[in-house]
Design a protein around this ligand. Structure first.
Ligand code: NAI
Ligand code: HPV
Length: 530
């Protein structure tokens, strides 16, 4: 059945055409996202949800989204999506990180000019026939200091535009390297320095616990008198009430505000103030940007829903369409190895080490780690998947480490999963042959070569004569067929293990009976999603 996508915000219709061309069913209901109740009612029918900023993908929406696999944000900011809730449910959240950056940077520059020359008020006055030539005295931009808070995609574009306008540009961003600052032609500064020196301040960070209220009364007090502030990033970065007070007091000479603490903003302390230029979250609203983001989000969501390719996901490593077919057998292998270890371990796991030897070491190991963790946690959490597993492991305090090394043995490559609990350590290794099927090659340090079956009985025993006979007798007496049998041991007369392939699951009573056989230590029924 074709996957179904709901477009619940106003995206360019290009998205609809792309979904259809890729074989995805699509419902285009651009106002539905604003109707919370209706969204809750219908979301269960969809595999994908394409949004902008109006649809709020809350924990409640995610709980109701019983079939949802992917949320695609046609734009950058994902603060309207509860990503931890989505991750917990295994839903991928992706955005289009570059499609609207130039357009948004241009809006910041447009607001800067509008504030510097009071263009909107002058426009209203002139339309009213007042000709107030003396009322609107502006400031020049050339030679002024532009302070950019957040020098990522958009902040960097604003920086180059500022340099082009002959401004002195200073930037604050903890992740801005001195080399990158030099390349942009700007000076990297601390925030306090930026506040002290800037004539214009423009914000380009995401809204996080660190950045919320970054411009408040205390920050404004350290700024130059007559500073002008532009916010095209997110409402909440600026404390609107504090900015309004500072404008009324004449400390701040003007502000250009595109984003608000509460949106849609129907009321704000900034409304009606002299030289505050407001726009209704128009940063990304050009036809070029909207074409870009619609096209990109529809391509990305279709690629995921149809081919399993992942790009620009915020809660899952990327898997390109080209690598998906090569990676898939190793994803399955990693999951099987994790599942083996997870099913044999009842105590809390404290550590997991995943070793990639040879061929898989050169692959997308983040995806393979996610797959191994998903297999490992599945016995405890049925709905865990590659998206949710890393977060679940972290929330459970499991330390995950990854080791990559060159080919070291007879196989072109293999993966080994080692887990630790307070009481023990256990490892299992496997490889993929050219048929793409996973094989176990080592269990608890014992070499063997065994296919993976849907139902398998794993036993540990002493390497003494008669074990196979005893097990065989028990199965024969119970009338249960053994499809295949693999054995391995560490040394003659030492520890041995057996893997029995079964056509169907065993009853707990029968497993107990096997466990009670003389030479048998442990007997455990394993199930693999194969
Ligand atoms: N008004 C609108 O319509 C639009 C708004 N946006 C918003 O613009 C903002 C920036 O977007 P991009 O440049 O694409 O993001 P980005 O991720 O490329 O850049 C953000 C930068 O902020 C920096 N940063 C993070 N915490 C910081 C802190 N505490 N102090 C200083 N810098 C910090 C990061 O290191 C990063 O370099 C986002 O909030 C996004 O949602 C994006 C598009 C349209
Ligand atoms: O991309 C972003 O982060 C934006 O803020 C753009 O929002 P919008 O898609 O115009 O509602």
């Amino acid at each position: 059945m074709a996957p179904r996508v709901l477009v619940s915000d106003k995206l360019s219709k290009t998205a609809v055409q792309i979904f259809k061309d890729r074989g995805v069913e699509v419902d285009y209901l651009p106002d539905l996202g604003k109707d919370k109740e209706k969204l809750l009612e219908v979301i269960g029918q969809y595999d994908g949800l394409a949004i902008r900023s109006a649809t709020k993908v809350t924990e409640k929406v995610i709980a109701a989204a019983t079939n949802l696999k992917v949320v695609g944000r046609a734009g950058i900011g994902v603060d309207n999506v509860d990503i931890p809730a989505a991750s917990r449910k295994g839903i991928i959240v992706m955005n289009t990180p570059f499609g609207n950056s130039i357009t948004t940077a241009e809006h910041a520059i447009a607001l800067m000019f509008a504030v510097a020359r009071q263009l909107p008020a002058a426009d209203v006055s002139t339309h009213a026939g007042k000709w107030e030539k003396n009322r609107f005295m502006g400031v020049e931009i050339t030679g002024k200091t532009l302070g950019i808070i957040g020098c990522g995609n958009i902040g960097s574009i604003v920086a180059t535009r500022g340099v082009g306008l002959k401004m002195k540009v200073v930037g604050f961003d903890p992740f801005l390297s001195p080399e990158r600052a030099k390349e942009l032609g700007i000076e990297k500064v601390e925030l306090a320095d930026l506040f002290k020196r800037a004539d214009f301040i423009t914000l380009h960070t995401p809204l996080t616990d660190k950045t919320r209220g970054i411009i408040d009364a205390a920050a404004i007090a350290t700024m130059k008198d007559g500073v002008r502030i532009i916010n095209c990033a997110r409402g909440g970065l600026v404390v609107e009430k504090d900015l309004a007070e500072a404008i009324k007091a004449g400390k701040v000479a003007g502000a250009g505000i595109d984003v608000f603490e509460a949106e849609p903003a129907t009321d704000s302390p900034l409304f009606g103030l002299e030289n505050v230029v407001c726009t209704p979250h128009l940063g990304a609203s050009t036809s070029e940007a909207q074409e870009n983001v619609a096209l990109q989000v529809a391509e990305q969501m279709s690629a995921y829903l149809i081919e399993g390719a992942v790009s620009n996901a915020l809660n899952m490593p990327s898997i390109s369409a080209e690598e998906a077919p090569i990676l898939t057998p190793f994803v399955k292998l990693a999951e099987v190895l994790g599942a083996f270890a997870g099913q044999l371990t009842e105590d809390p796991i404290t550590e997991v080490e995943i070793l990639f030897d040879g061929q898989p070491a050169g692959m997308n190991t983040r995806a393979l780690v996610a797959a191994a963790l998903s297999g490992l946690l599945k016995p405890q959490m049925q709905s865990v998947n590659m998206v949710s597993a890393p977060l679940m492991a972290k929330e459970r305090g499991i330390q995950v480490s990854e080791v990559r090394r060159d080919k070291s043995g007879v196989f072109d490559g293999y993966i080994r999963v080692t887990i630790k609990t307070a009481a023990m350590e256990r490892s299992v290794a496997g490889t993929c042959f050219s048929d793409g099927k996973p094989r176990f090659i080592q269990i608890k340090g014992i070499n063997m070569e065994a296919d993976v079956g849907r139902y398998m009985l794993y036993t540990t025993n002493k390497d003494v004569p008669g074990v196979i006979g005893e097990i065989g007798m028990a199965f024969g007496k119970a009338g249960i067929n053994i499809a295949n049998f693999h054995l391995g041991r560490d040394e003659e007369g030492g520890n041995a293990i057996a893997l029995l392939y079964l056509d169907e699951p065993l009853t707990p009573a029968f497993i107990k009976e096997v466990e009670s056989l003389n030479a048998i230590g442990q007997a455990k029924l394993l199930e693999f999603d194969i």
